[in-house]
Design a protein around this ligand. Structure first.
Ligand code: SF4
Length: 427
């Protein structure tokens, strides 16, 4: 008997084939990532001493091995940090923070950072990416340090959140505000699957957010746990207008579904990702800094006041004093006119505490717009926005074209020097 194939089935088969093929290529180009540095940890102090970030380097993300995600270059280290190293580095990070604060502000220096971000080259709460013994060593070190009032942020994948892990964290840190920062990227599942090669069912994401929000802390004084969502701005293969709409819709979706705040990430160009080669081939364009302004302008106050920017359009500007490979992201470091002032305005935007000053974020956005309105780059971008509504191809057709072009490039002889043991997929 012949199966009846409907149009829907054909689209879904085409979609699955394209995603599989792009993931194979992504896996292939990621082979060239350099190994992470010898140190099992990296410490960054940012936002004028407000944030201490302690990043662990282990054997990498669970999803990396199957070719997820188009834009991610999180590499690998040959071995995991040990629990003893973990404990030592958490203590060391607080020591570095304390020393810097004393140097920076003498008697005004804070003893503890308002926010500590714990992350790794994967998900800090995924046992595959960061063994549980390491998480327990982290919690033990924090318990010993007892950074009172400090919010502890765990950067992790939505699937890692469950009652057991929330109870474990609450047991060690009963009084600290606890936040989970999740890479949500976009509220459009099709865009996330096709343009980013990342799969998150929105329904499960919302359920996980609810689980966190409703978790009963063991201490009556402790704040409820919360979720932050990272939202990408400038998703490849979308038109400028679609990028703008996607970011605004995604922030609204998150906040409307219980997420405490959104962190807006401009899409970056990182070496050894398929996205990097798509940029090189002209199949996608890095978003200009002005797209951030447009996103902020379009957000109603309720959402604007719960949004901040991870960095302001170009990571090299933000981390210009950082010499390690974490800073090595963007090739084009040319700043358009007015970019320095804009970066400063964006950084002011981030420092506003909305519940203290509910109109300030809007004022800053209006000021940015006022300053930009005669800037030729901004005007050019506005024109691009206006004309970009004309893309008539469906998303799957656009991404299929990306797949066809990239296959010719990535499988060409000498495209990149590869590990000879890597299996070339049948095309
Ligand atoms: S973006 Fe997150 S889930 Fe995707 S490969 Fe990178 S670390 Fe893994």
């Amino acid at each position: 008997m012949v199966d009846v194939i409907t149009v829907g089935d054909e689209i879904s088969a085409k979609r699955d084939k394209v995603i599989k093929s792009l993931k194979e290529m992504n896996k292939r180009v990621k082979q060239n990532r350099p190994n992470f540095m010898e140190d099992p940890y990296h410490i960054i102090i940012s936002d004028e001493g407000k944030v201490l970030q302690v990043t662990a380097f282990g054997t990498g993300c669970r999803f990396d091995g199957n070719g997820s995600c188009l834009m991610c270059d999180y590499g690998k280290r040959e071995k995991m940090p040990t629990p003893a190293e973990t404990y030592e580095w958490i203590v060391r990070a607080f020591g570095v923070y304390d020393a810097q604060e004393k140097r920076r502000a003498l008697d005004k220096g804070r003893k503890f950072p308002p926010v500590v971000v714990l992350d790794c080259n994967g998900s800090i709460l995924d046992e595959h990416d960061f063994p549980r013994e390491n998480l327990i060593a982290t919690l033990e070190a924090l318990k010993k340090i007892d950074p009172q009032g400090t919010e502890i942020v765990f950067e992790t994948h939505y699937h890692t959140l469950n009652r057991e892990v929330l109870e474990l964290i609450d047991k060690y840190l009963p009084n600290n505000p606890i936040n989970f920062e999740l890479g949500f990227e976009t509220a459009n599942e099709e865009v996330r699957d096709l343009c980013l090669l990342k799969h998150i069912p929105n329904k499960v994401f919302v359920e996980k957010t609810k689980l966190v929000n409703e978790f009963k802390r063991s201490s009556a004084e402790a704040e409820p746990m919360s979720v932050s969502a990272n939202v990408l701005v400038g998703i490849p293969f979308l038109t400028s207008q679609e990028q703008l709409k996607d970011a605004v819709d995604s922030i609204k979706f998150c906040i409307d579904n219980g997420v405490r705040n959104c962190v807006v990430f401009p899409m970056n160009d990182k070496d050894c990702t398929l996205l990097h080669y798509c940029y090189e081939k002209g199949l996608a364009k890095q978003p200009p800094i002005y797209l951030l302004t447009e996103v902020l302008k379009k957000l109603p106050d309720k959402y604007l006041n719960k949004s901040s920017l991870a960095w302001t359009g170009n990571r090299v500007w933000t981390y210009s004093d950082s010499s390690d490979r974490l800073a090595k992201f963007i090739k084009d470091t040319k700043k358009p006119d007015g970019a320095d002032a804009l970066t400063k305005d964006f950084s002011d935007f981030n420092t506003v505490v909305a519940w203290e000053n509910p109109t300030r974020k809007r004022e800053i956005v209006n000021n940015i717009h006022e300053k930009l309105k005669n800037n030729e780059y901004y005007i050019g971008y506005q024109e691009e926005l206006a004309s970009s509504s004309t893309e008539s191809r469906t998303l799957i057709d656009r991404v299929e074209n990306v797949n066809d072009v990239m296959k010719k490039a990535v499988y060409a002889p000498n495209f990149i020097k590869l590990d000879p043991n890597i299996q070339v997929p049948v095309q």
